[in-house]
Design a protein around this ligand. Sequence first.
Ligand SMILES: [Zn+2]
Length: 138
Amino acid sequence: MTLLVPQSQGIPIGEPTPLSLPFWDACADGVLLYLHCGVCSVAQFPPSPICRVCGEDDLEWRKSRGLASVYSWTVVWQPPAPSFVVPYAPAIVDFDEGFQFLTNIVGCAPEDITLGMRVEVLFISVGAPTLPYVVPTS
Ligand SMILES: [Zn+2]
């Protein structure tokens, strides 16, 4: 059985922007943040200067409990760069607060991933920034 593991240092990682910096700073502290609209109450991610639903700018950061369900995933067997460890499983997950997030599943075998599988966030430092992965909850 092949166990999905986090990437090691050396993978290409983007730079935080002024808009996303609070999110990345929170990840370094082991906290997952998302934006909440004070007008229409919609949770959203990735960060945006205005609400994607109502267009207002009354957005505030809120803490997620870090619990989600797998919405979609794939398993990558060919590394896009030599520094990537394969296989790895990029996934879109639905967090319980109502926002989606693109992450990677670790801590299980690729063949054990299922639609709707319950996962929880796990923060792993591969240098800077700290990345939010997800692992199965059971
Ligand atoms: Zn809104």
